[in-house]
Design a protein around this ligand. Structure first.
Ligand code: AHG
Ligand code: MN
Ligand code: MN
Length: 336
């Protein structure tokens, strides 16, 4: 089938049978994410026009100021995902605990749990720089019809059935995988539909971009410091450049298209790194692997980490395969 002018809605229906549990529920779930993404996009786009900028006044469980749009995006995604009878539980960066859906109804058939970072890169909102939404989807492991439990959320990343992100950038894109490659869709704002613009996205095997907050350099493990110096050394075969937006979704998206590596290592200020395993690192790691890239904490594969808590943080190194392998080489040699 030609991908010309194919909408996300058409793509979801046409590819439904390729998914191993092709009951149509996952397709409906992706559809509800598509809908929430459009609503949030509308709000993000007018952020400079209305009084929606600035902190909402609350501090989330991780002690970070919540921005108004964080709260708005969180509500919209939760509302949209709750309405259809597909999802039995949601965990969000903005919620202390997971939300159980239909927990009192023994007849419900809801099979999926969703973990979301409703607004990623939120410190960029006030300065008109791209932000995003990240989502990760699992099938529950406890029996259908019973209240969802913590163990349904604390599954290893390799158990994800789908993951993706929305980037609210110069154009708005939804990029996702159900384990059969990565496809990107661009929103046509005039029509309100996402169109398949980036079929079968692939990380170049290697690249020239490294993305890391170098303000934390002194705090980094020795292996990471050595890797950064390696990138900075003058050499004909090492034409590296540094690009860091400070919004994981945007940094990842650029690196996947151009070839590059994203790193958020641990340090004394962030002893486990900063990024959250369940709704930031795992979905990005799944996308990276599906696009031929690689993701680890510098030593071991992100998708094999056994989660112990909802808001757990892990060091994160993700991107073009050869570049991640190089960092792992440096970590093995120089370590902490
Ligand atoms: P969030 O806005 O959801 O809290 O995520 C911010 C994350 C990530 O998007 C970004 O790459 C990273 O924090 C930036 O951290 P630093 O400002 O410490 O570099
Ligand atoms: Mn985030
Ligand atoms: Mn966030």
């Amino acid at each position: 089938m030609s991908t010309r002018n194919q909408t996300l809605g058409e793509f979801i229906i046409e590819n439904q049978t390729a998914f191993k549990y092709s009951s149509g529920e996952l397709s409906r779930l992706i559809n509800s994410i598509r809908l929430a993404a459009k609503v949030v996009n509308h709000e993000v786009n007018k952020a400079g026009l209305v009084d929606i900028l600035g902190a909402a006044g609350d501090v989330n469980i991780q002690g970070e100021n919540q921005q108004k749009l964080d709260v708005y995006a969180n509500e919209k995604f939760i509302q949209t995902l709750t309405k259809r009878n597909i999802v039995c539980g949601i965990a969000s960066e903005e919620e202390d605990d997971f939300i159980a859906i239909n927990s009192q109804d023994e007849n419900h058939q809801n099979k999926y749990v969703v973990l979301i970072d409703p607004l990623d890169g939120s410190s960029n909102i006030d300065v008109n720089v791209s932000v995003g939404t990240i989502f990760s989807i699992y099938r529950r492991i406890t029996p259908v019809g019973t209240p969802v439990k913590m163990e349904d959320f604390l599954q290893k990343g390799c158990e994800q059935v789908a993951a993706g992100y929305v980037v609210y950038g110069t154009s708005t894109m939804l990029v996702y995988t159900t384990g059969a490659g990565v496809n990107g869709f661009t929103l046509n704002p005039a029509i309100g539909s996402f169109y398949l613009s980036h079929p079968n996205m692939k990380f170049p095997e290697t690249g020239t971009i490294y993305s890391v907050n170098e303000g934390n350099y002194l705090d980094f493990p020795l292996g990471i410091k050595k890797y950064i110096k390696y990138c900075q050394e003058e050499s004909e075969d090492r034409p590296y450049t540094s690009r860091y937006i400070g919004s994981l979704v945007s940094d990842f998206h650029r690196n996947m298209i151009k070839g590059g590596i994203y790193m958020y290592p641990k340090g004394s200020r962030n002893p486990n790194g900063k990024l959250r395993l369940l709704y930031e690192c795992n979905p990005m790691a799944f996308l990276a692997e599906q696009a031929g890239g690689k993701s680890s904490d510098g030593y071991t594969r992100t998708l094999d980490e056994v989660p112990t808590s909802l808001h757990q943080r892990v060091p994160f190194v993700c991107g073009s395969k050869k570049m991640v392998e190089k960092v792992e080489e440096f970590m093995r040699e120089f370590g902490e």
